[in-house]
Design a protein around this ligand. Structure first.
Ligand SMILES: C[S@@+](CC[C@H](N)C(=O)[O-])C[C@H]1O[C@@H](n2cnc3c(N)ncnc32)[C@H](O)[C@@H]1O
Ligand SMILES: [Zn+2]
Length: 279
């Protein structure tokens, strides 16, 4: 965290590594604010300390599912988009990074970029930071913080990725540099249709996200869709996928039991990518 881009969430001054290397300290002259670096390697910059975001169990099942590689084409597409815009040094932020599956892949594919992951869920960020440490990714940094109050200065970020996560348009505009790029990955209309058919009698297509940027401050450069099918081969894989979807929280016990009786499942994966440029 020597040359990090974090700012102090209390006073907004730049943060730098303390002499003993165990914390980040702000540049305030009298009584600087100090944030300890957790042993996993992340920093907690959540001013509210209210916690929240994904639970430990949710993080565990999502990482078990993602590590099987079914969503690798999504990660590859995100890397491809980021590499097309930024080949050399740049500052990249994965906002709502979860347990860092996509974030760490970005750090691996862009070794000269500084890649930050921010999430409000402490267990998710801890998981992400441990992975970066294990893989010795020296360009990959994580902090617990709300993405509605990002610990970065105005106009300090080149590229933001928002993958299945909330999209605070004004805050993204604040931290992006002029001509900075925002990449949003969201569920397409047929995403996980096979899973929904296994659960429900009446199945509806997913609606388009209502919170995508619509202000004059962003120019839409490109929209594209990635579609493919996956076949899950055990009840455990199906359960892990199910528990990382919003359906997990809104499905009746009866419908959940239908899924529990399956030991294989074929389903569509369909992701809409939107690329915006900050004007
Ligand atoms: C569906 S998960 C996606 C995680 C990751 N991008 C992925 O695709 O694997 C949404 C993530 O957004 C995070 N989140 C929700 N509200 C947030 C907020 N206000 N600030 C930061 N993170 C938030 C959750 O904790 C969760 O990790
Ligand atoms: Zn401070």
């Amino acid at each position: 965290m020597k040359n990090n881009h974090f700012i102090c969430p209390v006073c907004g001054a730049n943060l730098s590594l303390s002499d003993n290397g165990r914390s980040l300290i702000c540049a305030k002259e009298i009584k600087p604010h100090c944030f300890d670096i957790a042993s996993a390697g992340y920093i907690n910059l959540d001013r509210s300390h209210a916690g929240g975001g994904d639970s430990k169990e949710c993080v565990k099942s999502r990482s078990a599912f993602l590590d099987l590689g079914y969503y690798a084409p999504i990660s590859e597409k995100i890397n491809e988009i980021a590499c097309n815009f930024f080949r050399l040094e740049c500052v990249l932020l994965d906002a709502g990074c979860g347990e860092g599956y996509y974030t760490s892949a970005l750090a691996r594919s862009m070794p000269s970029a500084a890649v930050y992951g921010i999430d409000i869920s402490k267990p998710a960020v801890e998981h992400a930071a441990k992975r970066a440490k294990r893989e010795a990714l020296t360009n990959n940094f994580y902090a617990v913080s709300s993405i509605f109050e990002l610990p970065f200065a105005d106009k300090s970020i080149d590229c933001i990725t928002s993958i299945f996560a909330p999209c605070p348009e004004e805050e993204f505009r604040r931290v992006l540099k002029k001509n900075g790029i925002l990449v949003i990955a969201a569920a397409g209309e047929k995403h996980l249709l096979g899973l929904k058919k296994a659960l429900y009698e009446n199945v509806y297509m997913n609606e388009e996200r209502a919170d995508l940027p619509d202000s004059a401050g962003f120019e839409l450069l490109e929209k594209s869709t990635l579609s493919y099918k996956i076949r899950l081969n055990s009840g455990e894989e199906i359960a892990n996928l199910f528990s990382m979807t919003p359906y997990y929280y809104r499905t009746s016990l009866g419908d959940k039991e239908k899924l529990a009786s399956l030991d294989s499942l074929e389903t569509e994966v369909e992701i809409d990518f939107s690329i915006y440029r900050k004007i």
